[in-house]
Design a binder for this molecule. Structure first.
Ligand SMILES: Cc1cc2nc3c(=O)[nH]c(=O)nc-3n(C[C@H](O)[C@H](O)[C@H](O)COP(=O)(O)OP(=O)(O)OC[C@H]3O[C@@H](n4cnc5c(N)ncnc54)[C@H](O)[C@@H]3O)c2cc1C
Length: 338
């Protein structure tokens, strides 16, 4: 006899979304997460238009600022695209975590404070953190322990490794677009998060200096000298791979199931979609691996290509090209945003 239907390892946004999804389907759930309280993390904090309805169907509506599109910038060129499929939202990670936690608690999700260090499965169930479940969802992020323990780790290439850094500034947002500043060796994302707060995330090679990069971008001169509202947080390397999204009764969701890069601001929307698919699989309604591959195809293909171009000698041509070919640029953004 199993203790719960689903054990979710990791109480980040995708773990909590999976737990809510499972409860709404009538399953019993325990979330295992070592960190107590509200969890923050380096993130661009942009919910793509497709992520907002995925959260709404879970009964989660976090506060934030509307995002009407994206704007790629160099000092001399600018290529804007307004979303055609809806409005996204800039949401501080702490606001997102609080909203998901409150909903999970209201639905009776059990919380266990522990770090999972072993996973054992047999034909009828899975054991982790002393709990036996019919299914285990590994939602434990980029460096997933579950992925390794389930034998699903597939080494990522060590070349072109990229990391992310995030810091916040207490300043009134000046745009309702996600601004991407295309610096020579890094991209800097500015996301409006509250009437008095913007998030600034840098994506680039290891050891890229945050302050030096910002100082080199004339459009961000307004941030220089402002004291930051939060300390610098980092994450990476981004590229992580799984040999398959599941093995037996263990299903990987969110970053744990494999990640390409944050360059297209995709992780949350994809993770919420995977949460829905994982619960569908547990209910016998669909086949997770096949649906995971279908749901992530555009992200894997388009994001890999953009990273390849961004880390090649073609890098300086990308924003001018986006400006010259607005139809192509818009269709790529729409494929990823929906
Ligand atoms: C700089 C940067 C910018 C980004 N910008 C965007 C953006 O604008 N939009 C977007 O959608 N995405 C963005 N992303 C990606 C997004 O942050 C991730 O896709 C998202 O956080 C994935 O959520 P998750 O729940 O899968 O993993 P996480 O948020 O990493 O949560 C994993 C959880 O698992 C827990 N855990 C780890 N190990 C264990 C263990 N052994 N046992 C139990 N628990 C464990 C951790 O404590 C953590 O709480 C960005 C990422 C970065 C780094």
């Amino acid at each position: 006899m199993n203790d719960v239907d689903v054990i979710v390892v990791g109480g980040g946004p995708v773990g909590l979304a999976s737990a809510i999804e499972a409860r709404l389907a009538g399953l019993t759930v325990a979330v295992v997460e070592p960190r107590e309280g509200v969890i923050d993390k380096a993130c661009g904090e942009g919910l793509m238009p497709g992520a907002v309805p995925l959260l709404a169907r879970l009964g989660v509506d976090p506060e934030g600022m509307p995002l009407r599109g994206v704007s790629y910038n160099t000092p001399r060129r600018r290529a804007d695209h307004l979303f055609m499929t809806g409005v996204g939202r800039g949401v501080r990670r702490t606001a997102l975590h609080s909203a998901l936690s409150a909903r999970a608690e209201a639905l009776g999700v059990e919380r266990v404070v522990a770090r999972v260090g072993s996973v054992e499965q047999d034909a009828d169930g899975v054991v982790a953190a002393g709990i036996r479940g019919s299914w285990l969802f590994g939602a434990d992020g980029l460096h997933s322990t579950v992925r390794r323990l389930a034998g699903l780790e597939r080494g990522a290439p060590r070349s072109r490794r990229r990391f992310g850094l995030t810091r916040h500034f207490a300043v009134e947002p000046w745009s309702d677009l996600v601004e991407i500043h295309w610096a020579p060796r890094a991209e800097v994302y500015v996301t409006p998060l509250a009437p008095d707060l913007v998030g600034v995330s840098l994506l680039g090679a290891p050891r890229t200096d945050f302050d030096e990069t910002i100082e080199g971008i004339p459009a961000l001169a307004r941030l220089i000298g402002l004291s930051s509202a939060t300390g610098l947080k980092g994450a990476g390397p981004f590229r992580q791979r799984a040999s398959a999204p599941s093995r037996g009764r263990v299903l990987l969701v969110g970053d744990a199931s494999g990640y390409v890069d944050a360059i297209t601001g995709e992780g949350l929307r994809l993770g919420f979609d995977q949460a829905r698919l994982a619960v569908g699989h547990a209910r016998g309604e669909l086949e997770y691996d096949r649906e995971w591959r279908r749901a992530t195809r555009d992200f894997r293909v388009l994001t890999s290509r953009l990273v390849l171009a961004a880390t090649s000698p073609a890098r300086p041509a990308i924003v001018p090209l986006a400006r010259m070919l607005p139809g192509l640029y818009g269709s790529v953004v729409e494929k990823l945003a929906r």
